[in-house]
Design a protein around this ligand. Structure first.
Ligand SMILES: Nc1nc(=O)c2c([nH]1)NC[C@@H]1CN(c3ccc(C(=O)N[C@@H](CCC(=O)O)C(=O)O)cc3)CN21
Ligand SMILES: CC(C)C(=O)C(=O)O
Ligand SMILES: [Mg+2]
Length: 272
């Protein structure tokens, strides 16, 4: 199962040629049941390294490992039948050399069956992206706010304001020139999201980069109202699952204490 190459209706190439058509709908997923839901609604399902913060309680994405990405990638692929599955390369798995990047990217594809990898960085990752693409690894880029660089960026801040816009534009152009099939733009002024989208031939997928990107992505636990540790301004909550769950658990606790649960319909009588 895991090492096979399933045929999905969306491929990196079909995503690339969707530029200018209807917006690309993207969400993260980390488990099989949630991937099944995302697969129904989405074009692209990302196994984000946000899994470390969202499901494992880590303080940033820096502690996420290849083993975690492979395990969650395998779980997500079991729930996908039509969307394109992209797996994030974790911090430290691709920055050292092009060879290191290929060794780890090829493991992610081979051991999960996903269709592409995503890695953070533009100009300084251009050679690495080109190296991977030339060797059969479709790459999605990620520029602007790159969370794996939180320590050098000094926080999860808006990137590309004012005179910094030209730098972020250059990062996005480098990703395209390297042969990536799409690029995530994170936490940019909406005008810059629009300008980069107009300047590139590959689709842009925004998260806090305004409404003019070729697609949008959110962390699924954020949009479901399930992740409560923080809420970036770019997140819209479409549900209140953490609140709903807290209410359900309180009701269960009350009913157990009052001996209301289990009722006769949940209990087993004598066989007669
Ligand atoms: N749940 C979750 N959602 C995400 O979007 C996400 C993750 N986790 N983990 C990996 C990265 C980290 N990301 C982040 C994290 C924080 C902000 C943010 O804007 N936080 C605060 C304050 C930021 C600051 O100025 O320092 C905010 O006010 O929105 C944005 C993106 C995006 N990714
Ligand atoms: C927020 C998206 C783009 C991501 O990289 C992640 O979930 O790790
Ligand atoms: Mg990520």
């Amino acid at each position: 199962m895991s090492a096979s190459t399933p045929v999905h209706s969306l491929t990196p190439l079909s995503v690339k040629t969707r530029k200018g058509a209807s917006p690309l709908v993207c969400l993260t997923a980390y488990t099989t049941p949630v991937a099944r839901l995302a697969d129904e609604a989405c074009d692209i399902v990302l196994v984000g390294d946000s899994v470390g913060m969202v499901l494992h309680g880590l303080p940033s994405t820096l502690g996420v490992t290849m083993e975690m990405m492979i395990l969650h990638g395998q779980a997500v692929m079991r729930g996908i039948s039509k969307a394109l599955c992209v797996v994030d390369m974790p911090f430290g798995s691709y920055e050292e050399s092009r060879a290191q990047a290929f060794r780890n990217a090829s493991r992610l594809l081979a051991e999960t069956g996903a269709g592409a990898v995503k890695l953070e960085g533009g100009v300084h990752m251009k050679d690495t992206i080109a190296f991977l693409v030339a060797r059969g690894v479709p790459v999605m880029g990620h520029v602007g706010l790159t969370p794996q660089a939180v320590n050098t960026l000094g926080g999860y801040k808006v990137q590309g304001r004012d005179s910094d816009a030209a730098r972020v534009m250059a990062e996005a152009r480098a990703v395209e020139e390297a042969g990536a099939f799409a690029v995530v733009l994170e936490k940019l002024p909406q005008q810059l999201g629009r300008d980069i989208t107009a300047a590139l031939d590959i689709p842009t997928i925004g998260i806090g980069a305004g409404p003019d990107c070729d697609g949008q992505i959110l962390v699924i636990d954020d949009m479901l109202g399930l992740f409560a540790d923080f809420k970036p301004k770019f997140v819209k909550r479409y549900a209140t699952l953490a609140d709903d769950a807290a209410k359900a658990l309180a009701a269960y606790a009350d009913e157990v204490r009052e001996r209301v649960f289990p009722g006769p319909e949940h209990s087993f009588g004598e066989r007669t």
